[in-house]
Design a protein around this ligand. Structure first.
Ligand SMILES: C[S@@+](CC[C@H](N)C(=O)[O-])C[C@H]1O[C@@H](n2cnc3c(N)ncnc32)[C@H](O)[C@@H]1O
Length: 245
């Protein structure tokens, strides 16, 4: 997977891309991240990339020409690239969308700054994505979130194939509770079933706890999750034991 990033602050990417899983994925050639400074596509002695908003109001708006020149350069070299604008007004990033993006071969992420980008930039992109209902000062942190979430699903990146399959959201539910040594910590014990070696019972317990956790914390997810008859029975039982409708 190739990620091309259009940003005014390429240095913000260097350290997060060096360490841990992303650093290793880059070393192994599983992902490539190319950083393009939007300022390099600006013209004039001062290479200005922002200007005041028409109609007045505070803050500065990123000018369309440098960003669109950058996008055009990337598109002409890589017509297959999917160009995505990072914006709080975009489609919310959820795991289903992450899965779709992980099938692409080339993604170009456009990072806004200041009060955002000139509206005409929107016509030059394929898609707009938001990482959540809050406002960041720039698209760089949002682009890093996208790179990390998508890269985890690229075969080989996690080292252990399928390790992301049980993650929260992957199957429409939050993940079950996880424990490691010690067996007893401050008088709190690891559930006995996890020490039993009985894999079928452990799987049943995990499914039940994933359902319980999702029902307690994110009941909105249950409406979209694919649930078996057994799952429904577990949920009915959970609702019954809590006295909920
Ligand atoms: C301060 S924000 C601009 C917000 C804009 N005035 C608005 O209300 O929609 C500057 C830049 O940060 C990025 N950004 C901020 N919040 C984001 C979010 N939730 N998801 C993705 N990108 C975001 C976008 O690239 C945006 O252009």
């Amino acid at each position: 997977m190739i990620f091309d990033i259009l940003t005014l602050f390429p240095d913000m990417f260097r350290s997060p891309l060096e360490g841990s899983i992303l650093g290793k994925a880059r070393e192994e050639g599983l992902i490539t991240v190319n950083l393009f400074n939007i300022r390099d596509y600006a013209e004039g002695r001062h290479r200005v990339t922002d200007d005041e908003p028409y109609g007045g109001g505070g803050g500065m708006i990123m000018k369309p020409e440098p960003i669109i020149r950058g996008i055009t350069a990337i598109r002409s070299a890589h017509p297959e690239a999917r160009v995505i604008l990072m914006t709080p007004q975009g489609t919310p990033l959820r795991q289903e969308l992450v899965k779709k993006l992980a099938h692409l071969s080339h993604i170009c992420l456009v990072c806004g700054r200041y009060e955002g980008v000139d509206e005409r930039v929107r016509d030059a992109v394929d898609e707009e994505i938001s990482i959540g209902d809050y406002v960041l000062s720039g698209g760089e942190a949002a682009a890093l979130v996208m790179i990390e979430a998508v890269s985890r699903l690229i075969p080989g990146v996690l080292g252990d194939e399928g390790a992301s399959e049980d993650d929260s959201f992957s199957r429409g539910l939050l993940e079950h509770p996880q424990y490691t040594r010690p067996r007893v910590f401050e008088e709190r014990e690891v559930p006995e079933i996890l020490l039993s070696g009985d894999h079928q019972s452990i799987e049943r317990w995990r499914r039940r706890e994933a359902l319980r956790r999702t029902w307690e914390r994110r009941p909105d997810l249950l409406a979209r999750a694919v649930l078996s008859d057994e799952d429904q029975e577990i949920l009915d039982e959970l609702r019954g034991s809590s006295g909920a409708e």
